[in-house]
Design a protein around this ligand. Structure first.
Ligand code: NAD
Length: 264
């Protein structure tokens, strides 16, 4: 069939369950004809990821901890052994100690700062090193970020600092890999209720605030992030690299928030 991604093969990293943003992206890519591999972290997730993978005909299911360089080498070795080359990669991975996703940023511990930067920032560069070698006909790489990189959001703290570094690394990677026909982009998603998001303090309130103040007056869905991901991962986005595409119902453009405006 003539899907937008027919004939393309890609690795989706970060499906934990059917609420994951990576799952929304995987479904949208599969709908457009892409052939997919999934990576997940640890046996605890395998049970939940297996049926999701099976429902999309995904045969390659790889256990990969992105903070472990040997695990990363093994994962990309498996992809290379099965396919030889790949066309795209989705990095939908982030982690921080939830005790530091509340309270003040200034109280961030050195251990959690380093761990958050390693898992949430460096891992994308480590993925890019390995994936770019397999993108022999060019390719497209995508990561997920959040507005807390650009502006201070309550409780986002060290993750906001990490996302700022992730967004900067998207630009550096886009420059390094562009001459090989490899595009590197980010989607800045609005708040979506997922496992990772549930670790953030007052997350329900943040979602409500976004719903009341975004131009579209609602939150976005995993499916909407998936559709925008297809644009960046397919040839529809062939002229786009180093970009940070906001899929947030427009929240990032609002200067004066309307909610709770006093009667003056
Ligand atoms: P999620 O919990 O479904 O996905 C996070 C994934 O990261 C999980 O699959 C988890 O297993 C994986 N992970 C964590 N540490 C890992 C490690 N060391 N090695 C391998 N995998 C590891 O939550 P999500 O919200 O879908 O998160 C996906 C991405 O989207 C994250 O980067 C997140 O910051 C970003 N994001 C989320 C929102 C939101 O509101 N949910 C908004 C903007 C951006």
């Amino acid at each position: 069939s003539a899907g937008l991604m027919t004939g393309k093969r890609g690795l989706i990293m970060g499906v934990a369950n059917d609420k994951s943003i990576a799952w929304g992206i995987a479904q949208a890519c599969a709908e457009q004809g892409a052939e997919l591999a999934f990576s997940y972290m640890g046996d605890a997730f395998r049970k939940r990821v297996e049926p999701l993978a099976a429902s999309l005909g995904v045969e390659l299911l790889i256990d990969c901890d992105v903070s472990d360089q040997e695990s990363m080498d093994a994962a990309f070795g498996e992809v290379e052994a099965k396919w030889g080359k790949i066309d795209f990669i989705v990095h939908a991975i982030g982690f921080s100690d939830k005790n530091e996703l509340r309270g003040r940023y200034v109280d961030t511990s050195p251990e959690n700062f380093r761990m958050t930067m390693d898992v949430s920032v460096y891992s994308f560069t480590a993925v890019a090193q390995r994936a770019s070698r397999l993108m022999t006909d060019g390719g497209s790489m995508l990561t997920l970020t959040y507005y807390g990189a650009e502006q201070v959001m309550p409780h986002y703290n060290v993750m906001g600092v990490a996302k700022a570094a992730l967004e900067a690394s998207v630009k550096y990677l886009a420059e390094d890999l562009g001459k090989d026909g490899i595009r590197v982009n980010a989607i800045s998603a609005g708040p979506i209720k997922t496992l990772a998001a549930s670790g953030i303090g007052d997350f329900r309130y943040i979602m409500k605030w976004n719903e009341l103040n975004a131009p579209l007056r609602r939150n976005v869905t995993q499916e909407e992030v998936g559709k925008s991901a297809v644009y960046l991962l397919s040839d529809l986005g062939s002229g786009v690299t180093g970009e940070n595409l906001h899929v947030d119902a427009g929240y990032h453009i609002v200067g004066m928030k309307a909610v709770d405006a006093p009667d003056v």
